[in-house]
Design a protein around this ligand. Structure first.
Ligand code: FES
Length: 131
């Protein structure tokens, strides 16, 4: 399966439990840019599609602000859903039990590198919910 690797940022741009680094993945059918973000949490880098499982809005209330005030959870600015940073599981709010869509990411030297097989962009499930 085709896989593309791409440097998202430098590791020192990710501050533990703080601002996310935002990026996009170009989709071809239909053509659009998929909003995504990368974070650091407990010494590990994670990346997710920036789309709340509840209604599909981006999580951040200001660019890159995806952590709530304690830095322990990600929060959706629209209706306040809380997500575990390391699993993407929603643990509170209208989409409780749903997951953010994870992306394969790794650290290589000082770079944060996204691995992006086409299949991850078309995995069924976690579609937005109406409520
Ligand atoms: S859109 Fe995220 S909680 Fe409603």
């Amino acid at each position: 399966m085709a896989e593309t690797e791409r440097v998202i940022c430098r590791i020192d741009e990710l501050v533990e439990g703080s601002l996310a680094v935002k990026f996009t993945i170009a989709l071809s059918e239909p053509a659009r840019d998929l909003p995504c973000f990368a974070i650091a949490f407990n010494g590990v880098v994670y990346a997710y599609v920036n789309s709340c499982p509840h209604q599909g809005t981006e999580l951040d209330w200001q660019a890159g602000q995806v952590f709530e005030e304690t830095g322990l959870y990600l929060i959706c600015a629209t209706h306040g859903a809380l997500f575990e940073p390391d699993s993407g599981l929603c643990v509170g709010g209208p989409c409780h039990g749903a997951h953010l869509r994870p992306l394969a990411i790794k650290v290589s030297g000082t770079d944060v590198v996204l691995s992006c097989p086409a299949s991850i962009l078309h995995t069924p499930g976690n579609e937005k919910r109406e409520s």
